[in-house]
Design a protein around this ligand. Structure first.
Ligand SMILES: [Zn+2]
Length: 219
């Protein structure tokens, strides 16, 4: 999104819903149901409560969404509906941002320089867990051993979901908002923004097709 030269204010929200497990996850609602409510509340609060820091807006939006199904669902389930988050809010003077989990924000300066804002906790999992992933990838593709090792790695990662020392998504606990990466940039230093889900960041991070500046130019 290109910021209007008029200095007009605005906000954007990107949520990437986490795919639910095939087995029951304590909730009768879908991930789209969850992201529609969380995203709606987050955009509304970001726009209407300019006195509230974005982390507080996220916490309030999580609480409001949890309240909508707290009486019918088990919100303590580790796979309760959840999402990764990017929020940006701007006015005539400044651009505020918040990034949680593996969605990312690119900030383009007037001179074309692109600064990525990343929550790298998924890349900083304990060595023992990353070693499981590397071991799985070293096994022959399509083999039963690779599938078994991959499943073991998956379980180790899942054990770190919204757990101390692991990685965090917006689920039902408003306290997660204080774990988000937040910051402020002077409006004069921002020409345009791009919020990317992890599917879009693969172009840079997995496929190594180019850097963040080239990714932004492609967008
Ligand atoms: Zn529910």
């Amino acid at each position: 999104i290109a910021l209007p030269a008029s200095g007009q204010g605005g906000a954007l929200v990107l949520l990437d819903g986490v795919t639910p497990p095939p087995n029951p996850y304590g909730c009768s609602h879908s991930v789209p149901w969850f992201t529609a409510r969380l995203g709606g509340a987050l955009l509304e609060l970001s726009g209407s409560r300019r006195d509230m820091p974005l982390a507080d807006c996220l916490a309030a939006a999580i609480t409001r969404t949890a309240d909508a199904h707290r009486d019918t669902c088990d919100l303590s389930h580790v796979r309760t509906p959840q999402a990764t988050v990017v929020v940006v809010r701007w006015d005539a003077d400044r651009v505020e941002h918040l990034v949680l989990s593996d969605s990312s924000l690119l900030i383009e300066a007037p001179d074309g320089m692109v600064t990525p804002v990343l929550d790298s906790r998924l890349d900083e999992l304990p060595h023992s867990v990353r070693a499981l992933g590397a071991a799985a990838r070293a096994l022959p593709r399509g083999s039963a051993e690779r599938r078994a090792a991959g499943a073991e790695y998956g379980r180790a990662v899942e054990a770190l979901r919204n757990a101390e020392g692991g990685f965090f998504t917006a689920a039902a606990d408003p306290d997660v908002a204080r774990r988000a990466v937040t910051g402020t940039t002077p409006r004069a230093e921002v020409r345009a923004l791009a919020a990317l889900s992890d599917g879009a960041t693969r172009w840079v991070e997995i496929f190594r097709e180019g850097d963040w500046t080239e990714s932004f130019a492609l967008l």
